[in-house]
Design a protein around this ligand. Structure first.
Ligand code: BGC
Length: 266
């Protein structure tokens, strides 16, 4: 069986840059019709949609704030109006507002939880409703819809100075597994990917130069990840090649979650 997502509709949130952008691009290469959601950066999202269309694919860019119920509903409506259905959700939007816990403002706590966790709930809920409404599409996929949550190694690894972010990702783990337990019998597949350190424009500061060298000490496999490493895993989880994979988090981290600090220690 080949990995194909031909004519499946894939909606990717937070896809104007970084991991979301790479996922949208990869899904389009695999034949999916892509809905590229962005929050504040419409230009790169529109440019990606245009690039996909120039290459013979189908794509639209839609602005929406995933932490807002009405925006999420509008986003799914736009997807269905353009392409008639939604087969794959990649709930990717996320952000960091770092601070020592004693200094963290309630606003920064709420912003991170609202986007990273509530946003994934709202998008998953909208996707489930759409999957149920449209019913099976067996000519496209064995599953009756697929949800892929973007988690992080920090659903497992505590992270000082990032309590809001780690709490949001820990929440995603049980959100994902609870939904998976609930909807499996409807043949809706729900999984997550948990990236480690990935070089994207947003975290260039942490992945290059001295900081990059220090970061490598946390990565047994000895290299910093690329956005495409994550996109490849998302492709597999979206495709029928992973049809029996359900309720799982796939760590894409070069072994960061193996606690490499214990090498020669403990
Ligand atoms: C964060 C990155 C960080 C990585 C490993 C990710 O979830 O977004 O900023 O480098 O975890 O700590």
């Amino acid at each position: 069986m080949n990995l194909t997502l031909d004519k499946q509709v894939a909606l990717v949130t937070g896809a104007s840059s970084g991991l979301g952008y790479a996922c949208a691009e990869a899904l389009a290469e695999a034949g999916a019709w892509v809905v590229i959601n962005y929050h504040s950066h419409g230009e790169p999202a529109e440019a990606l949609a245009a690039k996909i269309r120039d290459n013979g694919g189908r794509a639209i860019a839609v602005g929406a704030d995933v932490s807002q119920e009405h925006d999420v509903e509008r986003l799914f409506e736009a997807a269905v109006n353009a392409f008639g259905a939604v087969d794959v959700l990649v709930a990717n939007s996320g952000l960091q507002k770092d601070a020592a816990t004693a200094e963290m403002t309630l606003q920064d706590w709420n912003t991170v939880i609202n986007v990273n966790l509530t946003g994934q709930f709202l998008c998953a809920r909208a996707a489930l409703r759409q999957f149920q409404r449209q019913g099976p599409r067996p000519w496209l996929s064995r599953a009756h819809g697929k949800i892929i949550h973007m988690s992080s190694v920090h659903q497992l690894i505590p992270w000082a100075g990032h309590a809001n972010y780690a709490a949001s990702k820990g929440g995603i783990d049980l959100l994902m597994r609870s939904i998976a337990q609930e909807v499996g019998e409807q043949r809706i597949r729900v999984n997550a990917v948990a990236p480690g350190a990935i070089a994207t424009a947003i975290n260039a500061e942490n992945t290059q130069g001295e900081a990059g060298k220090q970061l490598l000490e946390l990565i047994p496999y000895g290299r910093i990840g690329e956005a495409r490493d994550v996109a490849n895993a998302v492709l597999w989880l979206a495709s029928d090649l992973s049809d029996y994979v359900h309720g799982t988090t796939l760590f894409i981290d070069g072994g960061m979650s193996l606690y490499p600090g214990f090498r020669g220690n403990g």
